[in-house]
Design a protein around this ligand. Sequence first.
Ligand code: ZN
Length: 314
Amino acid sequence: MRVRLKTAALNHLDLYVLGGMPGIPIGLPHIGGADGAGVVDAVGADVAGVEIGAEVVFDPGLSCGHCEYCRAGEQSLCVKFGVLGEHSDGSFAESVIVAADSLALRPGHLSWEESAAFGLTYLTAWRMLMTRGGLRPGETILIHGIGGGVSLACLQLAKLSGCRVIVTSRSDEKLKRAGDLGADDVLPSDDQVARSVRGLTDKRGADIVVDSVGDATWMQSLKAAAKGGRIVTCGATSGPNPKEEIRLIFWNQLSIIGSTMGSREDWRRLMAAVTGHHLRPVVDRVFPLAEGRSAYQRLEEAEQFGKIVLSIDG
Ligand code: ZN
């Protein structure tokens, strides 16, 4: 399928690609971008069920379709798994080619800018919390580093599920905005996070800790988790080799859970939730495609709250 793009959105992944990734050769010139929204303007001869003119978004995961994991419906475990804009040319362009089964109709309650702004992060958050984390209503969730796309999506999905959500940030402004979005408790990011979480939960701790920060937060995650708690990670923006404390893991019977992107089933369930509950991603700022460099710079400075979007068509 070819999608004529109207909007696209940046992810932290785009900065990694820009800087070069160990073990992943990227030929130049390279077009970045995992997320986008647009209109189908060409359909392959063997594709059924997709019409030219359909307004769509897409799952940016790239999978082979025939390895044992793909056959089991676990596309993000595919032995050749990749992401649009990382392992292929991406969505910062007039058009992009994507697999028909990755498409979904654009949710009608969202603007074009919002439509581009939820794919990768919401899908990642959905798999982290729902599929891998086994989130249950009423649980307490700790989310480090609120402000990025995945952390905000986790906040929204956890609140939708009736959970208590505690968030951290180094920025008072981001904590205030997270409170406006429904965070129950906000904490400064420091070495007192675990102590504060215990204080807020009658010494119990958090059932699920979402940690995509890594080095800077990992020890606080281990200390903040309740007995039997789950720590879910999808990344390590501050570094991938934190100090570890194995005694906390076995004594408190913690589960350390990895998660990457999502399966097509995760994508379908996510789209049903976004459409059914009128979920709305937070858009930080919109730049025209021609000012893409400024968009990358804003992401690099980590000043954003929500998604940085590129306007491509008009
Ligand atoms: Zn595969």
